[in-house]
Design a protein. Structure first.
Length: 94
């Protein structure tokens, strides 16, 4: 799950760090679910304290190759399993 710090909401402004904390505490996602926080501000510590596995500073690459590289890096560093995901990532409609 890629979670942006500032999300639009119809009811109230819910920060990405709050959403991650709620998902982890509610049990809606278990420990096998990898959550990556995203922000243009330095929010790494807040995301990790909330239960995220990883953090990426925005902007992130928009090219297929650049985006795939970032996704593989998040998966590798979060799971400790090197490059086994490389061939499983595909893009539809991009």
């Amino acid at each position: 799950i890629f979670m942006d710090q500032y999300m639009e909401s119809t009811s109230k402004q819910l920060l990405g760090t709050e959403a991650v904390r709620q998902m982890r505490e509610s049990g809606d996602v278990d420990d096998s679910c990898i959550i990556c926080g995203l922000s243009a501000n330095e929010e790494k510590e807040r995301f990790l304290m909330a239960g995220a596995n990883y953090f990426l500073m925005k902007p992130i690459p928009c090219s297929k190759a650049g985006l795939k590289s970032q996704i593989v890096r998040v998966l590798e560093e979060s799971t400790g399993r090197p490059k086994e995901y490389q061939d499983d990532i595909s893009f539809v409609g991009i």
